[in-house]
Design a protein. Structure first.
Length: 291
């Protein structure tokens, strides 16, 4: 497919916004006949008429309305490109593209984007996925930042070959939470008979938790394994078992008393990270969010 002729697209945009060939030709210092020829070439390339003639007026066809929307987007992107590379503030909306692990708490994500979520000048794009996919998108400039969590260590390598940096946003203890119970929960001995809702076995928190129970010779009663924090939250509210989560995941339920923090698991914490790639032209919104 031949490349789109952006000069023709700009001439079409001028015809549409000036209301006709004559006015556009006058503004562009071209003859109407020359402008008509260029419009015809664009229509030939797109394979659709962009205008219908009604009397002496040109009226956009359906294809023309679509092309006009795309043209406006293309030209705005060009202005933003120039502003970014010249280190000047863009006049239009600025996009912030945030990726988050599928398992990451929605409360953590909301806390991160909170300072810009109500800003009409910011177009916020949120995507979720696996770390492998998200880091590929970060390196390909499709994301500005990736939010992730770990139970130990750092989510990105720190060596000469790496172009990634991570900042710890928060650190939360790991707790066993559940509905109010008549008697206090003894850890770990009561887990022999109290059913559990746990993150999936691929979770670093789960691996460390399993190690603690194995050392205590405890074989837990497992109700479910869930790799989504939002689903763990829902199941914690609906089940009589205990759920292994950072308190931030069920913050609202702890505040209203629906759930109670029964045990703070010793030695277990979850750290929440913001991962960025080193760039010559970083998104300036990250300065606001990361400090």
């Amino acid at each position: 497919m031949p490349a789109l002729n952006y000069h023709h697209l700009r001439l079409f945009h001028a015809i549409a916004t000036h209301g006709g060939l004559t006015a556009a030709a006058r503004a562009l210092h071209l003859s109407p006949s020359a402008l008509s020829v260029q419009l015809g070439r664009l229509e030939d390339q797109l394979g659709h008429r962009l205008f219908d003639r009604e009397g002496r007026r040109l009226v956009l066809t359906e294809a023309g309305r679509i092309a006009l929307d795309y043209a406006a987007t293309v030209f705005e992107a060009g202005h933003e490109l120039l502003a970014t590379l010249r280190d000047r503030p863009a006049t239009g909306r600025r996009a912030l593209r945030v990726g988050a692990q599928t398992t990451l708490s929605r409360n953590v994500q909301l806390a991160f984007v909170g300072p810009v979520i109500a800003d009409p000048e910011v177009e916020l794009v949120l995507r979720s996925g696996t770390m492998e996919v998200l880091l590929e998108q970060l390196n390909a400039h499709a994301l500005d930042v990736v939010l992730a969590s770990t139970a130990e260590g750092d989510p990105v390598p720190h060596d000469a070959a790496s172009t990634l940096d991570s900042v710890v946003l928060d650190e939360q203890p790991i707790s066993l939470v559940g509905r109010p119970r008549a008697a206090p929960v003894r850890y770990p001995e009561d887990l022999v008979h109290i059913p559990l809702l746990l993150p999936s076995q691929g979770s670093p928190v789960r691996r460390l938790f399993d190690t603690q129970l194995a050392r205590a010779a405890i074989r837990p009663v497992l109700l479910a394994e869930v790799d989504d924090a939002a689903m763990l939250r829902l199941l914690a509210r609906a089940s009589d078992g205990l759920t292994l989560v950072p308190p931030v995941v069920v913050r609202d339920e702890l505040q209203d008393g629906t759930l109670v923090e029964h045990v703070r698991v010793p030695g277990l914490v979850e750290r929440f990270h913001a991962i960025t790639a080193r760039r010559r032209f970083p998104n300036p919104l990250l300065k606001l969010l990361l400090g």
